[in-house]
Unconditional design. Structure first.
Length: 317
């Protein structure tokens, strides 16, 4: 079994609280806690005791206890955040716990907690039975919802896997996103979703880049600028997108800083391309950044010996 002694002790304690219906201790709140604090504590507690955290562990005979604890946590949250149910709960259970001070044999004051004995008229017994039946229905519904959610997540995950292997990354990313949202604690779903999203973004970037090239070929320059920018937002790895956008910005709406930034990225992504280095060098030269221009022209010549554009650029510095 993969549970430590400390974990087993915690499971037993939480299980006892569920059986005792001590919902305030279960969520670690007081009777007067505001609803925001109850919500905050519920989210933290449900994350800690979510079944998926123990999915890959051998929990042995504690598996049913863990499931009952999680269902109890959800029931506690529902009752303590629903005004009518909380009033009924407080009346039947919390008010039955009295706190008194007693003197021990040494005369010291000790803190004691005991349940007040209550008479159980037939009417109250019937009311208790109805409440127990309602509790069972709630537990059954919570359990059913959890199982339905798990099954739905698995269905979308399997569909996403199939779509990804069938080279449909965009559809796969959408399906896996649903699976991940339904079961955010599932690491397998999370890992495959991130992979599919990355591949989908690459595909989308390539598609948008092709549209940008087409717009530029038809001299729809403003559309081309918009599409090149969109391809860059998708983190396209093709250096041409950055170089073409730099060229169009310089041509239509000059912005030296942006042009230099884009050409630097183009050079980084295609460091063996002497033409991109010369373009960047020429921009440096026009802006009086001679040392930078010389460095790029020299690097271009080292990549392609006798490259005329680089040689001419150095002569003109």
């Amino acid at each position: 079994m993969d549970l430590s002694a400390e974990e087993i002790a915690q499971i037993q304690k939480m299980h006892d609280l569920v059986n005792e219906r001590d919902f305030y201790q279960l969520l670690n709140v007081s009777q007067n806690s505001p609803i925001d604090d109850i919500k905050k504590s519920y989210y933290a507690t449900s994350r800690k005791w979510h079944p998926d955290r123990f999915f890959r562990k051998n929990t042995g005979s504690y598996a049913n206890m863990l499931e009952k604890i999680f269902i109890g946590i959800n029931q506690a949250f529902k009752i303590l955040t629903t005004t009518e149910e909380k009033i009924l709960f407080d009346k039947q259970y919390v008010s039955s716990v009295q706190t008194t001070f007693q003197k021990d044999s040494g005369g010291k004051t000790t803190f004691a907690r005991h349940r007040r004995k209550r008479s159980q008229p037939r009417k109250k017994q019937e009311e208790r039975k109805r409440h127990t039946g309602k509790k069972d229905k709630i537990l059954s519904k919570v359990k059913k919802d959890l199982e339905g959610k798990k099954q739905k997540a698995k269905t979308f995950f399997e569909l996403g896997k199939k779509q990804l292997s069938g080279e449909k990354p965009m559809e796969a990313a959408a399906s896996l996103h649903v699976a991940f949202k339904l079961q955010p604690e599932n690491k397998e779903y999370q890992t495959l979703y991130k992979k599919a999203r990355s591949i989908a973004r690459e595909e989308k970037a390539k598609t948008v880049f092709a549209q940008a090239e087409n717009a530029e070929n038809y001299q729809n320059y403003h559309d081309a600028i918009r599409l090149y920018k969109k391809a860059i937002e998708y983190d396209i790895d093709d250096a041409r997108a950055y170089a073409r956008l730099a060229y169009l910005i310089e041509k239509l709406d000059p912005d030296v800083r942006e042009t230099i930034r884009l050409m630097r990225i183009a050079v980084q992504k295609s460091s063996e391309n002497p033409e991109y280095r010369c373009i960047l060098a020429e921009i440096y030269a026009r802006e009086g950044m001679v040392r930078n221009a010389k460095r790029e022209f020299t690097e271009a010549l080292s990549l392609q010996k006798g490259y005329s554009r680089a040689k001419e650029g150095l002569r003109n510095l």
